[in-house]
Write a protein that binds this ligand. Structure first.
Ligand code: ADP
Ligand code: MG
Ligand code: MG
Length: 895
């Protein structure tokens, strides 16, 4: 068989000539950065051509032409003339002729938009071949089978993608011939079989379209180009664009390229390769290839695929050249690329390249190693490894290779996967966990009373509540997986089972959740552990040297603090003391509430003080030398009292103990219409004398003990929910008085700093007046978001938010990502005012937003000093803070 003699872009060495063409660009005229005009595929073909790589010659019809077509419904004026010009040029370089019966020029017609997307028209191969010219092709190659196979492929592709012949009809027609000849796919047919198939395909086309397959290559080309343009507005493409936020008016380009034939015999083949391993990131090309095959045969996986390293065995010269090409591409794109290549009679051709997709692990390893190799800068490495990729590495996840059926889906409230026995009660969860069982706490929603159950459980599943419901927030704080608001789930009041439709989940059934996806599965799903590759440490060290924002953590206990410190937090920005009042300490708190005289209250507080002091000491020991910010008591008191309903029922039955009777009285007394806006935070501290003082005494005694033990405690006392400078002064007076008492009692000075939380819009507006009174301010962006929007978050997240997001009434969930226009504006103004009033003031954020990369971008811009987030988000925040400091910039990566 004689060579097909495909020229390999001989014109690539020529300097680009100014082109008078309006709708068309030759490959040699374009560059990689023209993806919006040429589409990703076209821009990269152009780039490879410019680099002198062996790309079969061709041209790109621009997205401009597509937009013109979509506007007018016809091919734009002048396009056909331009096609004639560039096709004539191709004829000249190849010595072939489009439509010639003896030496037909064949091309592929390939769609290619700026962003690769599903639903766009599939590639048509061998376009230009006709029933006449295939005889010429057979004669010229001396291979009638090859010519028939090329024509068969054209008919199939043209019928399905250009003429849109019903896939089933086509499949049935083809299937009949294959069965008749006893083969599984067309590559197994002999020449007679192929001729049969060609006949059937021609008849099917004529039948379905009321006209024969066009015997005119120009008609084929025009129809194919128009079909590509039309596919831009196909259903799947439109849906995809909506989901991915890709603009509808970009349009697609069309690439027309000289065919090369990997199916021209056993000295030919086709393959795909990556310049580095896209799974692990290892610096080693990987790929697959197939002998004597064309186009999609490799990905279709019907025949014996060979690994890339076998290329050297079959085509040693091509293997060396491909290596050279891949190296050149990495240098040019400064990233891992994937390529499609074809070998025709022992000669290598490059058909496509782009920056390749990769796993999170590979992304990290490649970014770090490329920086170390000097291929990219460290800054680029930090930008490239995305925070969502880091998150994926940090959590266990369902093993996608395993087979499992998703029972229902909720909100991905706290990432990570977990499996355990379903338990519907916190006490039971604790008891079972203590007996060595892994449990999942399943509830309609959770409250502070469920905290110990959440600690004991592997994960939490709720049927109500949004991304900042109690369950979600606490689970994230604990670093436990949670799926919340799984609305199909109904947890029975009996607390013995739950159901999803007709499926029952009984207490003790194995259940799995994936908090990264929201999937809930009945039964056990194998879970892959998180990956902590050594490259992460190197990258984060660069991030630490780059970022301006300090990253501190929200940690309530010494255990949390250890996690935070291990993750690299350089302080605690929020220690919530309410957890010190729950569990076995609840009676002590209730004694404080129930006290009838000041004396009784002080006695009760004394007992609380002692246990708190031990907590604080443990925390200060872990965080020795680093600032620990302790927030004085914040929640409304009723959270420490039993539910009113239960007491009322007991009362009605006459079963109320004397103590319960007092609790009932207190529950009534402290009942609030809207606790969120009621007596809580500093209001409670001022209204209930002794509570804040006791907390301060416990804290400072703990600090003094640490000092005496040779430690370096750095105590910061934070007043929550302030609204006014007078109010803050009054609270600070309580703090100072308690501090004075401790100093007098111990005869030593215990240094500490004071601060206030900015959680109300009023506090934000008055930040300039608050600042002179304190050493630091910290934005509690959760409450600030609630109060700025007037949203009660649990209510709104469960019902309103999905509706608002779906209908585009809000751009994003403001509880997950800081609302730049409203809440962000308050943070910006307050920060500026505070720093103007008191330049040395330290300004932090300690809401959930402190660990959210998009919000961190804003905090960087507002000039905050630090972000405090849950320990499980510290690594992400360190990277995000560095990215924020580097400024936003898109990389080449095709998402
Ligand atoms: P996709 O975007 O789906 O990868 P492509 O346009 O890359 O579509 O083409 C599909 C297949 O056809 C690929 O395997 C590609 O390498 C092959 N192909 C495209 N153009 C040519 C050509 N001119 N010669 C040989 N094979 C081609
Ligand atoms: Mg491709
Ligand atoms: Mg708050």
């Amino acid at each position: 068989m004689s060579a097909i003699a495909t020229p390999r872009s001989p014109e690539s060495a020529d300097p680009p000539v100014p082109s008078p063409l309006r709708w068309v660009r030759r490959f040699r005229d374009g560059t990689a950065d023209q993806r919006f005009l040429l589409g990703g595929k076209g821009a990269n073909l152009a780039e490879m051509t410019r680099m002198g790589l062996p790309v079969p010659t061709g041209f790109t019809i621009t997205t401009d032409a597509c937009r013109a077509y979509l506007a007018s419904g016809g091919l734009p004026e002048g396009l056909i003339d331009e096609l004639r010009v560039v096709v004539a040029e191709m004829e000249q370089t190849t010595g072939l002729r489009f439509g010639d019966p003896d030496i037909p020029l064949l091309v592929s017609v390939r769609s290619g938009a700026a962003f690769s997307m599903p639903g766009m028209m599939d590639t048509v191969l061998n376009l230009g071949l006709t029933n006449t010219s295939r005889i010429g092709l057979a004669a010229r190659t001396g291979d009638p089978w090859f010519a028939a196979d090329a024509y068969r492929r054209l008919l199939e592709l043209y019928a399905s993608v250009v003429l849109e012949v019903d896939a089933q009809t086509l499949h049935r027609a083809t299937g009949r011939v294959l069965t008749m000849h006893g083969v599984k796919d067309a590559s197994g047919l002999d020449l007679i079989g192929l001729e049969d198939l060609i006949g059937v395909l021609e008849v099917t086309i004529a039948d379905q379209c009321d006209r024969p397959f066009p015997d005119d290559p120009w008609q084929q080309l025009e129809e194919a180009v128009a079909a590509v343009f039309r596919s831009w507005n196909g259903r799947r493409a439109r849906d995809y664009r909506r989901v991915e936020g890709i603009a509808d008016d970009l349009g697609t380009a069309v690439n027309v390229q000289l065919m090369v034939f990997g199916n021209a015999g056993t000295d030919s083949g086709t393959g795909v390769a990556f310049t580095r391993d896209p799974a692990t990131g290892r610096r080693r090309p990987v790929g697959d290839f197939l002998l004597n095959a064309q186009g999609e045969d490799v990905v279709a996986g019907v025949r014996n695929i060979l690994p890339l390293d076998q290329l050297a065995v079959h085509f040693p010269d091509c293997a060396v050249e491909l290596d050279r090409v891949m190296h050149a591409l990495e240098v040019r794109y400064r990233d891992m690329c994937d390529v499609e290549f074809t070998v025709e009679h022992g000669v290598l051709y490059m058909l496509q390249t782009r920056v390749g997709k990769r796993t999170a692990m590979a992304s990290l390893r490649m970014a770090v190693e490329m920086a170390e190799e000097g291929l990219i800068t460290r800054e680029e490495a930090m930008r490239r490894f995305r925070t969502d990729e880091l998150e994926r590495l940090l959590h266990p996840r369902f093993d996608r290779q395993a087979s499992y059926e998703v029972l229902t889906r909720g909100l991905a409230a706290s990432p990570g996967a977990a499996c355990g026995r379903a338990v519907f009660d916190a006490d039971e969860a604790q008891a079972l966990a203590e007996s060595g069982e892994q449990v999942l706490l399943v509830r309609t929603n959770t409250s502070p009373a469920d905290f110990h159950g959440m600690v004991a459980a592997q994960g939490v599943l709720t049927s109500r509540g949004g991304l900042v419901s109690h369950a979600a927030v606490v689970a994230r704080g604990l670093g436990k997986p949670a799926v919340c608001g799984a609305e199909e789930l109904v947890v029975d009041r009996s607390g013995t089972f739950a159901s999803v439709g007709s499926v029952r989940i009984r207490a003790g059934d194995l259940l799995s959740i994936d908090g990264t996806t929201g999937d809930v599965v009945l039964g056990e799903v194998p879970v892959l552990p998180p990956d902590m590759p050594p490259e992460l440490e190197r990258l984060l060290a660069w991030a630490d040297a780059t970022r301006r924002l300090a990253v501190i953590a929200n940690a309530d206990t010494a255990t949390d603090a250890v996690t935070a410190r291990d993750a690299g937090a350089t302080g605690i920005g929020l220690c919530r003391t309410e957890h010190q009042f729950l569990g076995d300490r609840l009676p002590l708190v209730q004694a404080v509430i129930l006290a009838e005289t000041d004396q009784e209250r002080l006695a009760a507080l004394g007992a609380l003080e002692q246990v708190q002091q031990a907590d604080f000491e443990a925390l200060l020991r872990v965080m020795d030398g680093l600032a620990v910010t302790v927030r004085l008591l914040d929640p409304p008191l009723h959270e420490f009292l039993p539910e009113l309903d239960g007491l009322l029922v007991a009362d009605a039955r006459g079963e109320l103990s004397p103590k319960d009777a007092k609790l009932l009285e207190a529950a009534f007394a402290w009942r609030e219409v809207d606790p969120m806006l009621g007596i809580r935070g500093v209001r409670l501290g001022l209204l209930l004398p002794g509570v804040y003082e006791a907390q301060v005494r416990a804290l400072l005694r703990a600090a003094a003990a640490r000092q005496r033990a040779g430690g370096d405690p750095r105590v910061r006392i934070m007043i929550p929910l302030v609204i006014d400078a007078n109010e803050l002064s009054a609270a600070l007076a309580l703090v100072r008085r308690a501090a004075g008492d401790v100093e007098a009692e111990l005869g030593e000075v215990v240094p500490f700093q004071v601060g206030a939380m900015v959680e109300t819009p009023r506090a934000a507006f008055l930040a300039g007046q608050l600042a002179p009174l304190v050493d630091f301010l910290s934005f509690g962006t959760n409450d600030l978001t609630q109060m700025t929007f007037g949203f009660s978050r649990d209510d709104v997240e469960a019902r309103l938010m999905p509706h608002y997001l779906e209908h585009g009434l809000l751009p994003a969930d403001p509880f997950a990502t800081l609302d730049e226009a409203g809440v962000g504006e308050l943070v910006r103004l307050a920060t500026a005012a505070a720093k103007e009033a008191r330049p040395v003031i330290e300004v932090s954020v300690c809401g959930e937003h402190g660990g959210d990369p998009a919000s961190i971008q804003l905090f960087e811009r507002y000039g905050l000093d630090d972000v405090s987030c849950s320990p499980s988000r510290v690594l992400v925040a360190r990277l995000a803070a560095a990215q924020a400091a580097l400024g936003e910039r898109d990389t080449d990566r095709d998402r």
